[in-house]
Each structure stands twice: as structure tokens, then as C-alpha cells.
Write a protein that binds this ligand. Structure first.
Ligand code: ZN
Length: 176
């Protein structure tokens, strides 16, 4: 990235008020015991099955992510949001988002951490820090090995997995 592009990027990051890595990791977020336990079970059931699926893998992963969003919302005593997924190559680089008015999560890939981030907005509102802290801390607890493989780039967490150069846990977001 050229210095000019980098400075524009920094400016956008500042303008969007994204928290830093330290702010995210130091934020004390209270996770509910039931949601941690449910998430662990989901990892070994729904997500494991989806990862093994040979046909329509991405579609199966979206179904699994919907189940996760629904169950965690119920644990928080909240109506689950709608989850709309557009997984065409044209939308691949678009960021996920959450629409507060329509209570809808829009996904463009099958990243767990991104889904948790948008779910964080549904549960806790517009605060970037809360949504970041919620998704990062919950993911770290249940997927410790995957978490270690992520690298930070500003406010983003990127996968260094080899099967997808752009990263399948590409942690990038925007909001409407
Ligand atoms: Zn956000």
C-alpha cells in the first residue's frame, strides 16, 4: 500500500471511530455462561457438519450461522435478527453489515467472527467497541487455535489460512 493510500485508510479508520486492538482486547465484556456452552456445542455439531459437507458447503455454513444467531439471541432474551446472505463473487469483497432499523444482518462470506460482530450490534447497539469486544472475546474462547492464527491489521482481524488468500475470517465491517 502506498503512503498516500495508507494515510487515507488511517483517516477513514479514525473517522469511523474503530477501536484499536488494545482497546478491543482490554474491554471487559461479560459473556453469558449459556452462550459460551451453546457456542461450543454448535462448533462440534452444526459447524463441524457444515465443514464436512461436500455439496453446497457455503450454503450449509450460512444455515449453521443462522442457527447460531438465533440461539444466541434467545439466550439474550432477544428476537433473532434476519440474516441475509449474498455470496456471489461480485459481493465477495463487500463488508458485512447490520441494519438497526430492519434488524437484519447482511453477510457476504461465511466468517464466524464477522457474524458474531454483526450479532453484537443486534444485541448491544451501535458501539463498535462493544461489537468488536463481544465477537473477539467469544471467538477466542471457543476457537482458541483459530484465534492464534489470526493477525491484526488496524481494526481488522485477518486469517492467514492458505486456502483463501483474502482470508476466511476476514474481519471487516461497515454499517448502514
Ligand atoms: Zn461494527
Amino acid at each position: 500500500m502506498t503512503p498516500k493510500k495508507q494515510s487515507i485508510k488511517n483517516l477513514i479508520t479514525k473517522f469511523m471511530n474503530y477501536p484499536t486492538k488494545n482497546q478491543i482486547l482490554n474491554e471487559r465484556i461479560i459473556l453469558i455462561k449459556e452462550e459460551i456452552e451453546y457456542f461450543k456445542k454448535w462448533k462440534n455439531r452444526e459447524w463441524k457438519t457444515a465443514k464436512k459437507t461436500q455439496i453446497q458447503k457455503e450454503y450449509t455454513k450460512i444455515l449453521a450461522l443462522r442457527v447460531l444467531v438465533n440461539e444466541i439471541s434467545h439466550i439474550h432474551d432477544k428476537e433473532p435478527p434476519s440474516v441475509v446472505a449474498t455470496l456471489t463473487p461480485a459481493t465477495k469483497n463487500d463488508s458485512a453489515s447490520y441494519n438497526h432499523r430492519h434488524k437484519t444482518i447482511y453477510l457476504h462470506d461465511t466468517s464466524i467472527i464477522t457474524t458474531l460482530h454483526e450479532l453484537g450490534h443486534h444485541l448491544f447497539g451501535k458501539s463498535e467497541l462493544l461489537a468488536c469486544a463481544y465477537s473477539v472475546h467469544l471467538f477466542k474462547l471457543v476457537f482458541p487455535k483459530s484465534f492464534k492464527k489470526l493477525r491484526w491489521e488496524g481494526h481488522k482481524l485477518l486469517s492467514i489460512s492458505t486456502n483463501n488468500k483474502k482470508g476466511n475470517q476476514n474481519y471487516e465491517w461497515k454499517h448502514t
